[in-house]
Write a protein that binds this ligand. Structure first.
Ligand code: CA
Ligand code: CA
Length: 583
């Protein structure tokens, strides 16, 4: 009864308090659909559900960005200074930003004053693979919603920070966790799961964003049943994903991975949500002959039905941990709605957004060893058979033949999202050049234990750089310009109508370059490594640029030789906000 009364009371309050209160009434579907075009707010991870990370704002531009100065900074505080991969969201003068260890802060977006914070109580046994990070929150109505490291979804009141609803998504003791920003589509909150290194089963879930009640679930491993749920929580079968037993041998599909750990994008034009899927489990590919659907793929899901409309598999029978989770960013090319994806495996793909048909594919890193090219007719990679790590059962001493592979399993690109500019028609891709020694070992599934069946050491390829921000033409595959970086790039990218590209570096800089030429026109030292994507918004006539700083994530934990090379970098936990000085 209370729940039914509440919206009515809120509506009454807005009517009597005028336009200011009406603005606070909440984030609507229409506002989310328009997010990419509205400079006054940032409502979604990706500055719009398509994930282009393009802002129409031009107050800050190539002519004046050199004058950009800090407006304010805010520390996440405590002893929890670990990797900060969060993209802030901004609505109605408030910034909502997540931090390491499943924390969320609400700040005054103009001054940085803390309004409230939420610290999620985490159990001791959480198993995040790649640092205690979070990538951001979603906004809907008067709620701010985010996923936690113990695989819960929490919705808080934007004004007070009070918990409105909280749902357990899955069992953290089996390796499930959540780190991606949720995606809101038509009043539903769409989420994936993390845990591909522990043999979880990837899936996408849709919940009523206002209540947290499940609406549908869609597994991303072939053979598992999808369900729809009625308002009372009764579930109904909604078709098996794929065809059971077709692309997996034996029972391996039961712990098949394909974790949807980076969340998804959505295009209102196609009505499809696009989720990338991670590695099949375990890493040892000889145990699972076959394509292992829908691992290492883009999966397009009809949001209304919870059914898979198409899939495109970037790395069939993956043997290198080439998670295909990278964001599928839709844009217009030759009058057609298509999607671009810079995959961890080193190739950039362009697919028809409505059908998944492969239209173009080319490498965006200089060294790729596992395949020579992608066959545009069949859509499949041309593998280099001898560059697949060997079968441990046909070797001595229980270890398969070691191969040198590039990219490394940390990828030509990893979690850091790219940007697309409709002005320049270029993608801005945070790429990395590195390789690895990798070998396979015998492995059996055990709940809550790492399920790899592989060993590895990451290696550098060049003395002078690992990272490279690359401006890439999706039609020709040409690298139009690049800015090399000593450490691997691990933050995301923002591009603006001011002809600017913003990105951060582990060395601590937030940089801006001319979007057409790549010339660096501004940089600022944030005091710790930047592994998060910048945003921009306009408030009271002032354009602000913001990024979270705080070194960490997967590189220091998994990076082998590269981790040693960058072990001088210091941890942190700050939000920085910049603006132009008053004229
Ligand atoms: Ca907006
Ligand atoms: Ca993985």
């Amino acid at each position: 009864m209370q729940a039914r009364l509440l919206p009515f009371l809120v509506a009454m309050a807005c009517a009597s308090l005028g336009s200011q209160a009406a603005g606070a009434a909440g984030v609507t579907r229409q506002m989310i659909d328009a997010d990419a075009r509205t400079g006054a707010d940032v409502l979604t991870w990706g500055l719009g559900t398509q994930g282009q990370r393009y802002s129409p704002l031009r107050q800050v531009n190539t002519g004046n960005v050199g004058k950009l100065v800090p407006a304010w900074a805010f520390s996440f505080g405590g002893e929890k200074q670990r990797g900060q991969e969060s993209q802030p969201v901004i609505h109605d003068g408030k910034m909502f930003v997540t931090a390491s260890y499943s924390r969320l802060f609400a700040l005054d977006a103009a001054t940085g004053r803390k309004l409230w914070k939420y610290e999620h109580r985490l159990p001791d046994g959480i198993m995040p693979c790649c640092d205690v990070i979070n990538r951001g929150a979603a906004l809907y109505d008067n709620l701010v919603i985010f996923g936690t490291l113990d695989a819960q979804l929490v919705a808080l009141n934007q004004d007070t920070g009070e918990v409105v609803w909280k749902e357990k998504v899955d069992d953290y003791a089996a390796g499930y966790s959540m780190s991606a920003a949720p995606l809101i589509v038509d009043g539903l909150v769409l989420t994936g799961v993390s845990g591909g290194e522990f043999g979880v089963v990837g899936r996408v879930e849709a919940r009523d964003a206002k209540t947290g009640a499940l609406v549908w679930t869609r597994p991303t491993v072939e053979g598992h049943m999808g369900y729809t749920y009625d308002p009372d929580g009764n579930r109904k079968e909604n078709g098996v994903s794929g065809t059971a037993g077709k692309s997996w041998p034996g029972d391996l599909w039961k712990t098949g991975g394909a974790a949807t750990w980076l969340g998804g994008t959505y295009d209102p034009k196609t009505g499809l949500a696009y989720f990338g899927t991670g590695n099949p489990a375990p890493w040892n590919s000889h145990l699972r002959k076959g394509d292992n659907l829908y691992s290492c793929s883009t999966v397009a899901i009809d949001v209304k039905t919870g059914r898979i409309v198409w899939h495109y598999q970037n790395t069939p029978n993956d043997g290198w941990d080439f998670d295909g989770v990278n964001e599928f960013v839709t844009f217009d090319m030759d009058g057609k709605r298509v999607g671009g994806k810079a995959d961890r495996n080193g190739f950039f793909y362009v697919n028809d957004a409505a059908t998944g048909k492969l239209l173009n594919a080319f490498p965006f890193v200089r060294k790729v060893t596992w395949a020579t090219s992608i066959d545009l007719a069949t859509g499949r990679p041309n593998y280099v058979a001898e560059n697949r790590p060997g079968d441990p059962t046909s070797a001595t001493e229980g270890k398969g033949r070691t191969v040198f592979a590039a990219p490394s399993f940390l990828g030509g690109k990893n979690q850091m999202p790219m940007a697309y500019s409709p002005d320049t028609k270029l993608f801005y891709v945070p790429a990395n050049e590195w390789g690895m020694d990798i070998w396979n070992e015998p492995i059996a599934y055990k709940k809550g234990a790492a399920y790899l069946g592989a060993g590895f050491t990451i290696k550098t390829l060049n003395d002078d750089y690992i990272g490279a921000l690359r401006a890439i033409d999706p039609k020709t595959g040409k690298i139009v310009w690049e800015q090399k970086n000593g450490a691997p790039l691990w933050g995301g990218v923002l591009t603006t109508a001011g002809n600017l590209v913003f990105w951060g570096t582990p060395e601590g800089y937030l940089k801006a370059a001319d979007a057409k030429t790549g010339k660096v026109v501004w940089q600022f030292q944030t005091g710790s490594g930047v592994v998060a994507p910048p945003v921009t918004w306009e408030q009271d006539g002032v354009q602000y640029v913001s990024v979270v700083s705080g070194w960490g994530g997967a590189v220091p934990l998994w990076g082998g030789d590269v981790a040693r090379k960058v072990n001088y970098l210091e941890q942190g936990g700050m939000v920085w906000v910049f603006k132009l000085p008053k004229p």
